[in-house]
Design a binder for this molecule. Structure first.
Ligand code: DSN
Length: 448
């Protein structure tokens, strides 16, 4: 919100203004450790809050169902051209409202209802839309999920077996809580052996890929999907890309993808977001972004090494990317309690399942941490080590609050835990230390 807008809003709608101010304070005073979150630049913010939101533009550049789209055509084409250049792909659709609609459109473009598919199991770090049982992607398609091995790496032997036995027509690679680099070439070998489509969901690591820190999937897969708001640091949106390999397999793939977005599953594009995506892609093409991407990984490795030193377990025993998945199973499902305790100490993270979680998705045994947002604030290894120390102290402080074995007692247990921790002096004191640290690191896009 720029200064002028904020004054107008304060006068017109003080109630909403107050809530935004509260959120601004939270973002400034807290440590944002959720790996899928980030801070957009003021330039991106300004386009998202612009008049571009006023226009209907169903269709695609120069093929619209509404008049008055000359300028929107220019904006959407700019976003497309920048994405094609940055990711080195043949075709891009910048209209998906976010990652899940992007992934649904891929199903719609490539498959018939009931076709077999395979993606990483949700509890192992996969995404809901990669075929998890409660998602439409498993209700309308036959899902054969693959898992991780005990060492926290993808079980390619299992995926080979699934490929031979069930012949999935679409295989997903990419994840939402996987701390290691995705081995696109191994997935390609399997998908190619059965003539399956291979789609890489790079939502989490898109920024690391364009920043040159992780290898790109484009030589290995047919389709790439991503959100634009995670490591890529753009507005909340999505993109679908078709690679040269994808067009070689099916020359109509670009049209099939576009049709699956509109009219297949979405209506008018969100033009203010398309504009913001164009700005973010321009930012991501700059040399500073390469440094940013490299620092994200340096930061998460620094954090992981501190956890290792302290004996805090991590899935796969470390990280190659922007995230760390703490394995708290030895404490009997501590994820929800730790998430809440961290909140009191002004650190935001999210409880997460771990592979073969002995607890449950709602009260899981893991905690997911990430460094993209903190790195955007300019924090480096020194701060990451301090943060890991603080988190370790909190784990030790609450570790005896074990989740009850009996499911019916869990809700009350968590409610009692929260009531107690809300006013806990140790956690509140830790929060003051956190606040002090954050004062030296302004949040991009927020002016005091
Ligand atoms: N649930 C998002 C994440 O936080 O990773 C992905 O959709």
């Amino acid at each position: 919100m720029n200064i002028l807008q904020s004054k107008i809003l304060q006068k017109q709608d003080p109630e909403l203004y107050k809530y935004i101010q509260n959120e601004k304070k939270r973002q400034m005073e807290g440590l944002e450790l959720i790996p899928s979150e980030n801070y957009v630049s003021e330039a991106v913010l300004s386009v998202m809050g612009s008049i571009l939101t006023n226009k209907y533009s169903e269709g695609f550049p120069h093929k619209r169902y509404y008049g008055g789209n000359t300028n929107i055509d220019d904006i959407e084409q700019l976003a497309i051209d920048r994405a094609k250049k940055l990711f080195k792909v043949e075709h891009v659709n910048v209209q998906p409202y976010s990652g899940s609609p992007a992934n649904f459109a891929v199903y719609l473009a490539l498959l018939e209802p009931g076709d077999p598919i395979s993606g990483m199991n949700l509890l192992d770090g996969g995404h809901l839309t990669h075929g998890w049982k409660v998602s439409a992607t498993a209700k309308f398609f036959k899902s054969y999920p693959y898992h991780l091995k005990p060492d926290g790496r993808v079980d390619f032997d299992e995926l080979w077996k699934i490929a031979k036995e069930y012949k999935p027509k679409l295989i997903w690679c990419g994840a939402t809580a996987y701390p290691r680099e995705i081995e696109f070439e191994k997935f390609a070998e399997i998908a190619d052996s059965i003539g399956a489509y291979l789609s890489a969901d790079i939502a989490h690591v898109a920024g690391l890929i364009v920043g040159g820190v992780h290898k790109s999937p484009v030589d290995y897969v047919h389709v790439v999907t991503t959100t634009t708001h995670k490591t890529l640091r753009g507005p909340r949106g999505g993109m679908i890309m078709v690679t040269k390999k994808g067009i070689k397999k099916d020359q109509d793939l670009p049209q099939k993808i576009d049709k699956a977005i509109f009219p297949g599953s979405q209506g008018g594009p969100h033009n203010h977001i398309t504009g913001g995506i164009a700005v973010a892609l321009n930012e991501a093409a700059k040399p500073e972004f390469k440094k940013y991407a490299a620092q994200i990984v340096k930061n998460s490795k620094a954090m992981a090494s501190e956890f290792k030193k302290a004996g805090v377990k991590m899935i796969s025993d470390g990280t190659d990317n922007h995230l760390i998945l703490l394995d708290l199973s030895q404490y009997g499902g501590l994820g929800a309690q730790l998430e809440f305790a961290l909140d009191i100490a002004h650190m935001t993270a999210n409880k997460n399942t771990i592979p073969a979680d002995p607890a449950s998705p709602y009260y899981p045994s893991g905690l997911r941490l990430g460094t993209p947002a903190l790195t955007s604030r300019g924090m480096k290894e020194k701060e990451m080590k301090q943060i890991a120390k603080w988190i370790t102290e909190i784990i030790n402080y609450i570790k005896d609050y074990k989740l009850p074995q009996e499911k019916e007692n869990r809700q009350k247990f968590i409610a009692d835990f929260k009531a107690k921790m809300k006013n806990d002096k140790f956690l509140i004191g830790m929060g003051e230390k956190v606040k002090k640290m954050t004062r030296n690191f302004p949040v991009p896009g927020i002016r005091k």
